[in-house]
Design a protein around this ligand. Structure first.
Ligand code: EPU
Length: 307
């Protein structure tokens, strides 16, 4: 067990910040179970706002009391063993989803991408097929500009439902945002929803594209073991998975953290992996690839928490 650093914020200040919040509040909650890799220490406080207004209360309370606030999606992140000080917020109750005129779907940040895909299929709307097999949320997908080789969030995003760090809700038009590979440049604040421009299509076409792609992913990625998606971004014109495999690193293990033998750009948790083991493995892989190919791989995951 890793010693938990003393929080910079007293419980009374944290309580004060969350006084008006209606959602569930958990103190010193271990975050590992809230992540797909199942790794990471605790949060001073973990809060689940019941709706967008409640999320705004959290944002304003944190701001007013000078407390750091992290929104945890949970699928493309590694949380360090010492956990996260301040307030961690999960938007899993922001699950509203609706079809607007003109083949636009609005989904709140906590909607899981598979759920959004199901919804789109039920309305015969195409455009989200690229997301097949991505377990993350709409909010995470927007922030990360989630994508696969079939497409990415940027391709369908019409606007972002956004709350600034001052707690002001705004609609950010996509035309005013910039997108990078696995990163959307956003102002400081949180994503609470997104409008996606889809297009009408036949159910069979949508279903078969999704099915083929899911099959491809199931065949090439270790989707049945705890993982946090691709570890590294692909270097331009190459593939991180290929480089790691050719460096002979498939199956390399530190503690319970293992470079997947199915896809080398995945690290899987074989049971009780710690963040320290995972990070050591990440460094080892990066060093070996750099030595063999002279290419420095860049992490795709977000790493959160105390060093
Ligand atoms: N490859 C190897 N060895 C491996 C893995 C892959 O040689 O162990 C080779 C494959 O043979 C192929 C090439 O690398 O020629 C590309 O592999 P793959 O098709 O699996 O795609 P990827 O580039 O590794 C990207 C995304 C994935 C997404 C897949 C499929 C990145 C970093 N990753 O992987 O996204 O699922 O395409 O569309 O862009 C994620 O971002 O979390 C994620 C899972």
């Amino acid at each position: 067990m890793v010693a938990r650093p003393r929080s910079l914020h007293s419980v009374s200040v944290l309580r004060q910040a969350l006084l008006e919040v209606k959602g569930k509040i958990l103190w010193h909650e271990l975050l590992a179970p809230y992540t797909s890799l199942n790794v990471g220490g605790d949060a001073d406080v973990l809060v689940f706002p019941v709706d967008v207004d409640d999320a705004i209360r959290v944002v304003r309370g944190a701001r007013k009391n000078h407390i750091p606030l992290v929104v945890l999606g949970g699928t493309n992140v590694l949380i360090r063993d010492k956990g996260i000080r301040g307030i961690v917020m999960q938007l899993k109750h922001l699950t509203m989803i609706q079809e607007n005129p003109g083949q636009v779907v609005y989904a709140q940040a906590g909607v899981r991408l598979p759920k959004l895909m199901q919804f789109a299929l039920s309305r015969k709307l195409s455009g989200m097929e690229w997301a097949a097999g991505i377990p993350g949320t709409v909010g995470g997908g927007v922030v990360m500009n989630a994508g696969t080789r079939l497409g990415q969030m940027q391709d369908v995003l019409q606007a972002v439902d956004f709350v600034t760090i001052h707690g002001i809700r705004k609609r950010l038009e996509t035309s005013l945002l910039s997108f990078l590979y696995r990163k959307t440049i956003l102002p400081q604040g949180i994503v609470v929803g997104a409008w996606m421009q889809l297009r009408s299509a036949g159910k069979d076409a949508i279903q078969s594209a999704t099915k083929n792609y899911l099959q491809y992913r199931k065949g090439t990625q270790p989707l049945t073991l705890p993982n946090a998606g691709s570890v590294f971004k692909n270097p331009s014109g190459d593939s991180a998975g290929r480089l790691i495999e050719e460096a002979g690193l498939k199956g390399l293990r530190i503690g319970d953290a293992e470079v997947s033998s199915k896809h080398a750009n995945f690290i899987v948790n074989r049971g009780e992996a710690t963040a320290e083991q995972v990070l050591l493995l990440v460094r080892k892989v990066r060093d070996r690839v750099a030595r063999k190919f002279g290419i420095r791989l860049k992490l795709e995951w977000k790493v959160l928490g105390e060093r």
